[in-house]
Design a protein. Structure first.
Length: 154
């Protein structure tokens, strides 16, 4: 366990975490825009609005993380990897929607500002587990194969 935790404390992991964060900010801005469009413009419920916004930005996140964060642009995308990415993001969606539901259950209907605050809080809480899941589960096999190929070329 100690070795695993230490694997987050190196320059490469730090840079990857920062990139996941930057992509997260970009996706969050797009997701917030879509969320508010659906919430205010279409008068959808907050859970439906957050769900659709989350689904739309997941594909963008997948591409950006694969190509930029983990630098796997030259590799072939596998069905397993794609499914795992969507499962990780599905769990993140469930956490986000669950926090939204809990806030509305505890406090009643939320103002637009409060709903956005809950959304921001949930996004921040979920960032580190998403990074670990992307690195170790979703892209883990491709990263290991790339590392092995680099070792062979030395």
């Amino acid at each position: 366990m100690k070795q695993y935790l230490e694997s987050f404390l190196n320059r490469k992991s730090f840079n990857q975490f920062i990139r996941v964060g930057v992509i997260g900010v970009v996706n969050t801005v797009v997701s917030f825009a879509l969320f508010n469009l659906f919430l205010i413009g279409f008068d959808w419920t907050s859970v439906l609005a957050v769900s659709v916004a989350f689904a739309i930005t997941t594909f963008l996140s997948y591409l950006l993380n694969r190509i930029w964060t983990f630098e796997l642009g030259g590799g072939k995308v596998s069905g397993r990897e794609t499914v795992q990415f969507y499962l990780v993001n599905g769990a993140a969606w469930a956490g986000t929607a669950g926090m939204m539901w809990l806030a509305e259950t505890l406090f009643g209907p939320l103002s637009y500002l409060a709903a956005n605050g809950v959304y921001l809080f949930a996004s921040a809480i979920i960032l580190l587990p998403k990074f670990a899941s992307y690195r170790d589960i979703v892209f883990g096999k491709a990263l290991a194969e790339e590392t092995a190929a680099e070792r062979q070329h030395r």
